[in-house]
Structures are given as structure tokens and as C-alpha cells.
Design a binder for this molecule. Structure first.
Ligand SMILES: [Zn+2]
Length: 372
């Protein structure tokens, strides 16, 4: 998935390509034809990025809201075609693939393909939506007080909080892994165990690092890479830097700082990479917070299946993702224990082969969790 810096760079490229023009708008694929007709020939009024969201404005038309999602792509290129006698109206630039929205000027073409969201919104609709997008380190030099408070009150691990787009917008998987490693932060540490100073540091690092991503198109986090990039940018060159990472996709290899083997787990539905040597080890399953989290997951999953039942492994898999432990199987004994006490409280029912089990005597064998 493109990270926020990619979207900021795209907004800049759209502005560079279309500012001062009234491009033609069309939907070669046909899924955005009526909407494109409203934009066609209107004066381009600027693109803006908010985390992973992009808006494109035209004078006298609703705004275009785009979220690329996992598979979307927006290309902005010079087409180098001669303007025919009929002017822009007669200009043809071949289309490849499924282009949802095309903008065409005398010099440039922008093609949007495969986006998760491409819609027209009124300013009011957009501002309602924008309030649910988190603070963007590429737009704000200091962390909003409300964002810091939400992090400092949270029971969720910092590795999941960083990926929560309604909290901090635009941070993706690479920045998460490398930033936490740079700051020697254990990704499993709940937000409420961080100090205000640490939260400030996290934000400051994002503010410092992410602009390099916008300007070079690469996620650069290594000090040597950053120095090289700064030198190239000063000379006005973009230069290709091959990024050096300490932990991202380096599981099974030695941490460059302490030599410990880098680990991988999933957290917030994406691969998490960290060094147990200098960032803290595996999550502590004895921590009562883990049992509380499991109990919450059991209740939620059971409630979501009023007519059926839930396998404890479903709870373990979901919880493993939330707390970032590589082995969901390690959580199974704890899920069983937590489920048993919930059954004793009468919050859920335990079943085996469809039969209700007495929580005082469940014996051996598989159990399923069901609503009362
Ligand atoms: Zn290390």
C-alpha cells in the first residue's frame, strides 16, 4: 500500500502538471463517466494529500476524493503529443489498462487505475470525512494535543497505534518498523506506558523523515542514506538511493545495532519486524492486560455469531495480530483459560459437538465458544 509520502508527492506532481490548465476529464473504463463529465473542461484548482487520502479540486465542480488502497495507481506523465488542429478536444493519447479517471492537458496525462475510492464530494461531505482522518506528520510540525492524549490513554500497542490512520495518517509499514527500531521502542508497549516525551519524539522523527520520502520517492531512514539524499537534493538531483533498513524485511538476520536476530510477527494486519535485543522481547503473556484483551476478543467474536459458535483458535489468531506475537498457538492455553472463566461467569457457553458443557467439568478435548 502506498504510504502517505507517496500521496503527497502525487499531489505535487498533479499541481506541477495541471496548474493553470482546464484539463479534459474522462473515464475510459466507464465506471466514472458521469462524474468525469462534471469535471471536464473545468479549471484545475489544486491537489492536496491528507495521509493516504488525496483530493483534487476544480473550479465550479465537486471535489474528487481518491484513496488508492492496496492496488490503486495514479500515474502523471508528459504525453509529448502534438496538439491537433482541433486543439485539446481532438487530442488522443492511447489508454492502457482500466483507467477510472483520466485528466488530459496539452502537455500531461494523469491516469487513475484500481483505486479503492474515487468519488465526487461536496466540500461539506469532504470536511465530514476529513475529521476522521488522523493527524498527518507531513502537514503538522507538532503533534496535536488530542492525538497525543489518545495515544497516551490507549491499551493498544504502539506498533498498532502508528498504523491507525484515524490517529496518525500516512504512516505505513516501513516507517513503523524502522522508526520504532531507531527509537529503541518495543512495538508491543501499550500507548499508556509511553511517556509524553516519547510520543513527541515519535512525531518529531516522522516530521523529519517523511519529507525525504516525498522528495526522493524512497523511504529513507538510515542516517547515511539521509545524508546522501540531502546532498543530492542540494545539488538539485534526485538520484536513486537504495534504502538501507535495519529491521524491515530483515527477519532472521542480525540487527545491525546489537546483533540479535530480527523477528517478524503480524500486528494490525501487517508484518511487523523488530529486534528483541534492543527493542524488547516478545510480548509478556503473563501480563494481565493480555488476558483482558483476550476476554474482550472472546466476547466480541461470540456476540458476532449469535446463531453459531467460535473456535478458540479464531480468538488466538485475532489476539496474536493485536498484540503482535508470532505464535498464535502460544495463546491457546490462555484463550481456554479465559473462556472457561467467562463461562463460569455466565457470559458465554462452552460446547463440544453441539452439546453444552458444564464449565466446572469440561474434561479434555476441543471446545467451542457460543453465546448463552
Ligand atoms: Zn537490536
Amino acid at each position: 500500500m502506498p504510504e502517505g509520502h507517496t500521496i503527497h508527492a502525487l499531489a505535487q506532481r498533479l499541481d506541477a502538471a495541471f496548474a493553470g490548465t482546464s484539463p479534459r476529464a474522462s473515464s475510459p473504463q466507464g465506471r466514472f463517466t458521469e462524474e468525469a463529465a462534471l469535471l471536464d473542461g473545468q479549471e484545475y484548482a489544486g491537489a492536496e494529500a491528507f495521509g493516504k487520502h488525496l483530493t483534487i479540486r476544480f473550479a465550479g465542480a465537486p471535489l474528487v476524493h481518491v484513496h488508492l488502497g492496496l492496488f490503486g495507481k495514479l500515474s502523471v506523465t508528459q504525453h509529448r503529443r502534438k496538439l491537433p488542429e482541433g486543439g485539446l478536444a481532438g487530442l488522443e493519447v492511447p489508454v492502457t489498462g482500466q483507467v477510472r479517471l483520466r485528466l488530459l492537458s496539452e502537455t500531461h496525462v494523469a491516469d487513475l487505475r484500481g483505486a479503492a475510492t474515487c468519488e465526487l464530494l461536496t466540500e461539506q461531505e469532504w470536511s465530514d470525512k476529513a475529521t476522521r482522518i488522523g493527524a498527518d506528520p507531513l502537514r503538522r510540525r507538532s503533534i496535536p494535543a488530542d492525538t497525543a492524549h489518545r495515544i497516551l490513554r490507549s491499551n493498544r500497542p504502539v506498533g498498532a497505534l502508528l498504523m491507525d490512520q484515524s490517529l496518525i495518517a500516512g504512516v505505513g509499514n516501513v516507517y513503523r518498523a524502522e522508526l520504532l527500531h531507531r527509537l529503541r521502542l518495543d512495538p508491543h508497549l501499550p500507548g499508556r506506558e509511553l511517556t509524553e516525551g516519547v510520543v513527541q519524539r515519535v512525531w518529531e522523527e516522522l516530521v523529519r523523515l517523511m519529507p525525504y520520502g516525498v522528495r526522493t520517492g524512497r523511504i529513507l531512514v538510515d542516517d547515511g542514506d539521509l545524508r546522501r539524499a540531502a546532498a543530492l537534493l542540494r545539488e538539485g538531483r534526485s538520484g536513486r538511493i537504495r534504502p538501507t533498513y535495519a529491521v524491515y524485511r530483515r527477519h532472521g538476520r542480525a540487527c545491525p545495532r546489537c546483533g540479535e536476530t530480527v523477528l517478524r510477527a503480524t500486528m494490525a494486519a501487517r508484518n511487523l519486524y523488530w529486534c528483541p535485543g534492543c527493542q524488547g522481547g516478545l510480548p509478556d503473556l503473563e501480563d494481565p492486560a493480555v488476558a483482558r484483551l483476550l476476554a474482550g476478543d472472546v466476547r466480541e467474536l461470540v456476540a458476532a455469531r449469535p446463531a453459531g459458535s467460535v473456535c478458540p483458535s479464531e480468538v488466538a489468531r485475532r489476539a496474536a495480530d493485536e498484540i503482535g506475537t508470532p505464535g498464535w498457538r502460544d495463546l491457546m492455553p490462555l484463550v481456554r483459560e479465559v473462556s472457561l472463566s467467562l463461562a463460569q461467569e455466565g457470559a458465554i457457553e462452552l460446547r463440544r459437538r453441539g452439546e453444552r458443557l458444564d464449565p466446572a467439568d469440561i474434561g479434555a478435548g476441543p471446545i467451542r465458544l457460543a453465546p448463552v
